[in-house]
Ligand binder design. Structure first.
Ligand SMILES: [Zn+2]
Length: 245
């Protein structure tokens, strides 16, 4: 971005003004990331992959509906092995932390930025297959393992169009998401704006499910589920040294 400030609505998925619509992938993309994403797709197609987007930009309202459905039990809450937990047996705090393992709070998802995508390979998806976004689809004999391995390799090479994996490791917060890619060096702007004090104020000022327990645990949530995905903290990030900030 040319400007050096970021509007709160851009950070929290409440505007698409800084994004452009990608008809092919049916998602909004940040205008400064679009070219990088197209480069990635071209590089992928040279290797025989056809990159598809399961989920790109998500709005605040959509993320809020996802969380509301998890709180009400309309959408399943999963444990670490993918088994469904019973909502009525969980305390408010257990419910919140179980949700955070797989889903971001509304206003605080990386998917609000137009810089992050959940991707798959259109060439290797089995017929009539509904993608679950589970690690086994991207590892061992999974349909997207080859794509995943190639992306990892690319991210460490000189051809890397500034790609990185914010959830490549399970650090005790968000579960591992090998399908979730992000583009630096734009994201540090978003990450810098998303401070703990911003996070707390945003929750205070908005109608968010589980609000009071979120505020009670705000520091722990921020450290474990938000800041741990930040580009600056990725231990293997080859772009680390190029950051000026
Ligand atoms: Zn994602």
């Amino acid at each position: 971005m040319e400007r050096d400030f970021l509007h709160e609505k851009e950070l929290t998925g409440q505007t698409t003004g800084h994004l452009i619509w990608d008809e092919l992938d049916q998602t909004y993309i940040h205008k400064d990331v679009s070219a990088k994403f197209q480069t990635l797709k071209k590089l992928a197609s040279k290797e025989g992959f056809t990159l598809g987007v399961v989920s790109g930009f998500r709005s605040f309202d959509l993320q809020k509906r996802i969380i509301e459905k998890k709180v009400s039990g309309e959408r399943p809450i999963l444990d670490d092995s993918g088994r469904i937990k019973k909502v009525e047996e969980l305390s408010q705090s257990e419910l919140l932390f179980s949700i955070l393992r797989w889903s971001a709070l509304p206003g605080l998802s990386r998917h609000h930025w137009g810089t992050d995508f959940d991707i798959y390979d259109k060439n290797t998806i089995p017929k009539n297959y509904a993608i679950k976004l589970t690690p086994d689809e991207y590892e061992n004999d999974g349909p997207f393992t080859k794509l995943s391995e190639w992306l990892q390799e690319l991210s460490r090479s000189s051809l890397n169009p500034s790609l990185f994996f914010p959830y490549e490791e399970d650090l005790g917060g968000v579960a591992r998401e090998p399908w979730h890619i992000s583009f630096s060096p734009l994201v540090p702007q978003f990450e810098k704006a998303l401070s703990h004090s911003f996070f707390k104020r945003f929750i205070e000022e908005n109608d968010i499910p589980l609000k009071s327990i979120i505020l009670q645990k705000s520091e722990e949530i921020f450290e474990r589920f938000i800041a741990s995905s930040f580009f600056q903290r990725r231990p293997n990030s080859s772009f680390k040294e190029t950051l000026t900030d």
